[in-house]
Design a protein around this ligand. Sequence first.
Ligand code: ATP
Ligand code: MG
Length: 242
Amino acid sequence: MALLEISNLTKRFGGLVANNAVGMEVNQGEIVGLIGPNGAGKTTLFNCISGFYSSDGGSVVFEGQDITRFSADRVCREGMARTFQIVKIFKDMTVLENVMVGAFCRTTNPERARQEALKTLELVGLVEKKDVPSGSLTIAEQKRLELTRALATQPRLLMLDETMAGLNPMETRQAVELLRKINAQGVTLIVVEHVMEAIMTISDRITVLDYGKKIAEDVPENIAQNEEVIKAYLGERYYARS
Ligand SMILES: Nc1ncnc2c1ncn2[C@@H]1O[C@H](COP(=O)(O)OP(=O)(O)OP(=O)(O)O)[C@@H](O)[C@H]1O
Ligand SMILES: [Mg+2]
């Protein structure tokens, strides 16, 4: 049984079909990349899976349980967490307090939440910033903090929406290492990213969306050579860069 099974997932905004009968399976322990041009529907798919949007059709099954109609906080309690493309940290709170918000998903005891938050901060290498107001962190650190807060909910599936956008090459390498470390601890990952070097090296498999539809799903080597993917996305990006 797959950890996550999405079938025929459809989301409309008025006349626009942002997710068009998308099907996708993610197995326990995998790192799955989710790519596609701007507006392809990647963030919308995350929103539908994680209960932030209610979908207009199709189903989401997590660990054998149909969670299609679950609220976002219920989905989180079931063991699925996500980050946001535009960071949504609580800027007036300290780093530790932000991570404790995530930890409170599993406990109502402040001391336990504190311990869990500290443990997670240690894992991601942010513990020395624990008392800093999070608004004063660099963008790279804010993205890492958001990831940490999601991780503190102790998810079995973590969905990351462009956590590497705007990072310099060294920060990107560190982010890739961190994701590998998190994955090695048994957390399955779905990673949305436009940074091709990162997504191609880290993913076991890649799913490609274009205009809300899945156009390909394969190992990175094959995705890089897939004519339809090159035409819809990769070609355009390489062209845009040169
Ligand atoms: N809340 C919303 N209301 C109306 N339209 C929306 C909403 N959210 C997304 N859309 C539209 O749905 C389509 C898919 O958007 P989405 O943000 O999912 O794309 P994306 O693949 O994440 O793109 P990007 O790579 O730029 O982040 C776009 O045409 C977008 O304008
Ligand atoms: Mg997006």
